[in-house]
Design a protein around this ligand. Structure first.
Ligand SMILES: *Cc1c(COP(=O)(O)O)cnc(C)c1O
Length: 415
């Protein structure tokens, strides 16, 4: 569900025509629907209302302050993977006691920042990290609450780059070692064992992998109980997939229904770390056609957005629906939609059937709320796009388009 709909042949976000946003903010521009964000968050909340739970929004999916403040206003916590993300979460007034911190390479400086801020817990990914955290917490005269990120060795059946729960992944602690590492953690003076954590991948479109991994983790919880190391939190991670081409994916209520029995039995507070499902279909990338070009072999639409704005098609071969902002009767044609960047991997779509469009027309690249602007770069010294938030019949620029001076901030022509 989202709030990007055609009204009399023209694409709107909520009550605002996208043409108006392009006229005022220029292109390329990311556009987010605040209503969609709230609806997605509330849908998750409602689905898991039968369990004591905490929803931590995964900041890396889209870290714009307006997105974070919207979700903070709904009561969301944050799932962070860096000090920078903690800074952003705190900046919008997110409660530190609702922040969980994952990632395999936390520095001592980042650990200290998170400890001082009073986050809920660290999701620890290795024994060496555990030792470092114990040391940093000791130096600061405090105790670090932790969950171990356990790698259950299950196949999330998603793109290999975003599958994280298999043995060969760099993430987490192998399920066979988990018990021993928990015992070690419990013996450390400045660490408090609080939970268990998993995150098996992203854009998962079935409940099965979660059922499988949670049953493995359920057994671990049993063992921990027997060893006198009880945990109060079970963090099931994120990864709930979204429809990119109108495919069927489970609803939050489907996950809740199937997983509730296992989760209830754990007696723990459930933590969900959801990024894509909240924000993915709450955003689009609006771009303008610059040129039409044909090589004889192929027809291209050259648009003003490029791989530096949206890298998912180049990086993962991801599919994003693309639609002209104005509907009319016209023939379909097969084109590659490409940007100005000097790489052959710079494309938003390949061999795509699209209604014939002329230079100057606006195209909406759909489902571009997650891992889109957040992964953008200045490659080719392109200024990063503006971001706009829509709320009902009003909209505002929530990140200005970069200026040329922004490109060289901090640099020196050293000689
Ligand atoms: C990226 C990430 C998430 C969020 O994944 P989504 O697929 O966006 O829901 C959750 N937990 C951890 C540890 C992550 O790295």
């Amino acid at each position: 569900m989202h709030d990007f709909n055609f009204v009399n042949g023209e694409l709107f976000c909520e009550e605002v025509p996208l043409q108006r946003i392009a006229a005022e903010a220029g292109t390329p521009v990311y556009i987010y629907s605040r209503r969609t964000l709230r609806d997605h968050y509330r849908g998750l909340k409602e689905a898991f209302s039968g369990l004591p739970h905490l929803i931590c929004y995964s900041v890396k999916a889209n870290s714009n302050l307006a997105v974070l403040s919207t979700l903070a206003g709904e009561g969301a916590g944050a799932d962070i993977v860096s000090g920078g993300e903690l800074y952003r979460a705190l900046k919008v007034g997110m409660a530190a006691e609702k922040v969980v911190y994952a990632g395999i390479g936390k520095t001592a400086e980042e650990m200290a920042y998170a400890l001082k801020s009073g986050i809920l817990m660290f999701n620890v990914e290795s024994t060496t990290e555990l030792e470092a955290l114990d040391r940093v917490a000791g130096e600061h005269g405090t105790k670090a609450r932790i969950a171990l990120r356990v790698n259950p060795d299950v196949d999330a059946q998603t793109h290999p780059y975003i599958a994280t729960g298999l043995k060969e992944a760099k993430f987490g602690i192998g399920i066979d070692d988990a018990l021993a590492v928990y015992e070690y953690a419990a013996s450390l003076p400045n660490v408090e064992v609080a939970g268990v954590h998993q995150h098996i991948g992203s854009q998962i479109t079935q409940v099965g992998p979660f059922r499988e991994s949670l049953s493995i983790i359920g057994e671990l919880l049993q063992r921990l109980q027997e060893k006198g190391i009880p945990v109060r939190y079970i963090n099931i991670g994120g990864g709930f997939g979204i429809p990119y081409r109108q495919e069927d994916v489970p609803y939050p209520s489907d996950y809740a229904r199937e997983l509730e029995p296992i989760l209830k039995e754990s007696g723990c507070t459930v933590i969900l770390e959801i990024g894509r499902m909240i924000v993915g279909n709450a955003g689009i990338l609006l771009t303008k056609v610059l040129y039409r070009k044909s090589t004889g072999e192929k027809d291209f639409l050259v648009v003003d957005a490029a791989m530096n704005d949206l890298i998912r098609p180049s990086l993962y071969g991801s599919f994003h629906e693309i639609t002209p902002v104005l509907q009319s009767e016209r023939e379909d044609e097969t084109v590659d939609v490409v940007g100005p960047v000097c790489e052959s991997s710079d494309f938003l779509a390949r061999d795509r059937a699209l209604p014939h469009t002329e230079p100057g027309e606006l195209l909406a690249v759909m489902s571009a709320g997650a891992y889109a602007f957040a992964m953008s770069s200045n490659y080719n010294s392109r200024r990063r796009a503006a971001e706009v938030m829509v709320d009902g019949d009003r909209f505002g620029v929530v990140r200005e388009r970069e200026a040329y001076e922004d490109l060289v901030r901090g640099e020196r022509a050293w000689d």
